[in-house]
Design a protein around this ligand. Structure first.
Ligand SMILES: *Cc1c(COP(=O)(O)O)cnc(C)c1O
Length: 356
């Protein structure tokens, strides 16, 4: 039962993390390492810790137990909290990202009733990506409201790019962000000590010396996992693109016409597929399916292979152009992307193998 397999190269991953820490440290930025892609895998949290990470973020409360036993760490909830999970949020997390004053008021209320220390709030500001966060023009008023609440403490601001709206961070957006910080600090006479300047997509601004000096945190997963910057998709100097790879076993090799036969209904996932007639093709079927991974985020090492599609349990590949004569029992290797990494970590059918 060795396959499918997700292989994690510990040395390469830790190298990626250390390179990210070094790039950021030079600009007085702390890396808050994001673990949500690992779906609660304890070993992954340990690798981050061994590489020097002390600030962690996850979007799911269930995953936070992977940090048990770590000393002197900060745990941040990345998804704006549900009101229904507030008791767990304040118990488990040191801080949370927030974008709704009603939720923040409820957090404060809860902490006061339970006589807990104020929960730390990072207020998200939407600089254009149109996911979470308050609008820039509402920031000061919202901060004033938060400052009046006794059960929470506003420790800083956060922004995010490239997730929903696929917006790229810019000098202008970041200038607006720190202007808001200064306004709030001056008006309310407080210090915002946690300025969270985005995710992996913001890393290139750091090494290009374009990140305002006020930014002292980046929340990062992708860049350290894949050794690439979301923006340019080029391997970052000193990092590895292949710290995570997937291996699947070939269970059938056949020659069939590229066109299915019979009237066309809908496929296993409710879609009406389109097929181009390219004659008979050599097809390789791997024992890995949509239950385990996201096909369009799987990149075969053998560049001559083309993924055709598949179903819950089968991945079908066109091997016409390959120089390799695949047969059942062979192992096919894939580079990964965010979507496939998420699924593979989350699938109990995929074996996780850690190598040095
Ligand atoms: C997932 C997440 C991140 C990490 O993004 P990467 O692209 O993996 O660096 C950062 N911030 C928030 C709010 C997130 O949910």
């Amino acid at each position: 039962m060795g396959f499918p397999k997700l292989i994690i190269n510990e040395t390469k991953f830790k190298t990626n993390v250390k390179v990210a820490i070094d790039i950021c440290k030079e600009h007085n930025i702390t890396v808050l390492a994001v673990t949500k892609g690992f779906c609660g895998n304890k070993r992954m949290a340990r690798l981050y810790y061994e590489a020097g990470i002390r600030h962690f973020g996850d979007s799911r409360l269930e995953n936070f137990e992977i940090f048990n036993g770590f000393q002197n760490i900060h745990k941040q909830l990345l998804r704006i909290p549900m009101i229904s999970e507030i008791p767990e949020v304040v118990k488990i997390c040191d801080s949370s990202l927030n974008g709704d004053i009603n939720v923040i008021e409820k957090i404060s209320e809860y902490c006061l009733v339970k006589k807990l220390k104020p929960h730390e709030i990072v207020l998200m500001v939407d600089l254009g990506d149109r996911r979470e966060g308050i609008l820039p023009e509402e920031a000061l008023v919202t901060a004033q409201k938060i400052a009046k609440l006794k059960g929470v403490k506003l420790i800083g601001l956060g922004c995010n790019f490239g997730c929903y709206g696929a917006r790229i961070p810019s000098n202008e957006a970041m200038a607006k962000f720190v202007k808001i910080q200064h306004e709030i600090e001056n008006e309310l006479n407080i210090k915002l000590t946690h300025m969270s300047g985005g995710n992996s997509l913001s890393l290139h601004m750091v090494w290009e010396n374009r990140m305002p000096k006020e930014i002292n945190f980046l929340r990062m997963g992708f860049a350290m996992i894949f050794g690439t910057e979301d923006m340019y998709r080029k391997t970052i100097k000193g990092m590895f693109r292949d710290a995570f790879v997937c291996e699947a076993e070939v269970v059938e090799v056949d020659y069939k016409s590229s066109l299915p036969i019979g009237a066309c209904g809908i496929d296993a996932f409710g879609h009406k597929p389109y097929f181009k007639d390219i004659g008979t093709i050599k097809r390789v079927i791997c024992a890995i399916g949509k239950l385990d991974t996201m096909f369009d985020a799987m990149i075969p090492y053998d560049k001559d292979l083309k993924i055709l599609g598949g179903s819950s349990d089968h991945l079908i590949i066109n091997a016409n152009d390959s120089k390799i004569n695949y047969k059942s029992g062979d192992i096919i290797k894939f580079d990964l992307d965010w979507g496939s990494l998420l699924y593979l970590f989350n699938s109990k059918y995929v074996k996780k193998e850690f190598i040095k």
